[in-house]
Design a protein around this ligand. Structure first.
Ligand SMILES: C[S@@+](CC[C@H](N)C(=O)[O-])C[C@H]1O[C@@H](n2cnc3c(N)ncnc32)[C@H](O)[C@@H]1O
Length: 364
């Protein structure tokens, strides 16, 4: 018995479980959504549009904290570097003097291909392109761009349409590699038939390799230039004052509207920043071919005084490290160039003397 009952009981259990498993159960009642509380109607939403309560939430960006973190770390690191550079004593206290700065202009022969990508982003961030554009739009008549580099101002000149202010454009740079990039950029911008048709029909364009410290070709009709533009050039030449004086020699001084336009970079008006510049000037010059710690204001003033130019406009940006100058022939210079001013006694004596020598040599 005990054995049987032991066998029967489990069988009963099995049968019960089987019946339960196969029993047809009534379907569970459909789940109801909890009734939404009535929403106030927003008049800003048209009928049929979803109301703000039902609008899907915008996807959350998981990258934002990482990007912010990396940015803060970068800024922190940069600030620390600046602080360290500003608190270090300069090894060469004369490094801002021209005599202590060797000629590094040939660096551009090696960096021409990467120049635009090296300076492009920082210039964009600092708004330098806007300054370039402002200056280039002031150019008129026969224009000479000195130290043109890769032609970063090409797109800004007023050269399109019959009313264009620029009649001719001449570009000169010491580095043949830089001039090549400039020429290619011109071809990319204005080389197509469609682009050519937009240009002023009489516009003449020339690309020249050579030093702006020497004699430069005159404008197409054999006259001097109405505008001479240079951007970021005084930092790269061994003789910045001479370069400016030579620009003045190529400017039509008889034209009161003639201009020398400069966009340069150099020393700041903040002593701590000048310390940073002085401390890294040597390395920067050797790497990039540019002395960024020069006192641009002094150089321009000295050259202007010697050449009979007058500063019309002077502006500084970026803590004083970016300099913008507009120079014109002083009134007395214009008169002299037009022959309206009698030659002073000492000059007359010089002329007589040289005339005498020339006459002896058979020259009139
Ligand atoms: C910093 S880059 C500036 C290029 C361009 N003007 C710009 O705004 O990007 C300096 C340029 O000055 C040129 N340069 C240096 N000395 C020069 C000289 N004596 N005559 C003509 N160009 C010179 C270099 O070859 C180089 O292309």
């Amino acid at each position: 018995m005990p054995m049987r009952s032991a066998l029967v009981l489990p069988r009963r259990h099995v049968a019960h479980s089987v019946r339960r498993a196969y029993a047809v159960r009534p379907a569970p009642p459909p789940r109801r959504k909890p009734a939404l509380a009535p929403q106030p109607i927003d008049p800003a939403y048209a009928v049929g549009e979803s109301t703000p309560a039902e609008a899907p939430a915008p996807p959350r960006s998981t990258f934002a904290p990482w990007i912010l973190g990396a940015l803060s770390a970068g800024i922190g690191f940069y600030t620390l570097q600046l602080y360290l550079a500003a608190s270090k004593a300069c090894l060469n206290p004369h490094i801002a003097e021209l005599t202590a700065q060797k000629d590094v202009a040939e660096r551009y022969d090696y960096t021409a291909a990467s120049f635009d990508s090296e300076v492009g982003f920082s210039e964009l961030l600092m708004g330098v392109n806007g300054l370039r554009k402002k200056l280039a739009r002031k150019c008129h008549g026969d224009v000479l761009e000195v130290s043109c580099g890769t032609g970063r101002n090409l797109g800004y000149y007023d050269i399109e349409g019959a009313k264009a202010k620029v009649e001719s454009l001449a570009f000169i740079d010491l580095s043949p590699q830089m001039v090549d990039v400039c020429r290619q950029k011109w071809a990319a911008l204005f080389g197509s038939e469609k682009a050519k048709q937009r240009l002023h029909p009489e516009l003449k364009v020339r690309f020249m390799t050579g030093s702006a410290l020497g004699n430069m070709p005159l404008a197409p009709r054999g006259k001097k230039y109405d505008t001479i533009l240079q951007t970021m050039g005084l930092c790269s030449t061994a003789s910045p004052t001479e370069l400016l004086e030579n620009m003045a020699r190529h400017l039509d001084m008889s034209n009161p509207d003639a201009r020398i336009l400069l966009l340069e970079h150099g020393r700041s008006y903040m002593p701590w920043l000048n310390k940073v510049l002085d401390n890294s000037a040597q390395k920067h010059a050797e790497l990039h071919g540019c002395w960024f710690n020069r006192e641009i204001g002094e150089l321009v003033e000295a050259a202007a005084k010697k050449s009979g130019l007058e500063v019309v406009n002077e502006r500084r940006h970026h803590l004083g490290t970016t300099w913008v100058f507009e120079l014109k022939p002083a009134q007395a210079t214009v008169k002299k160039a037009k022959g309206e001013v009698p030659v002073v006694a000492s000059e007359q004596a010089d002329l007589k003397q040289s005339a005498g020598w020339l006459a002896k040599l058979g020259w009139s």
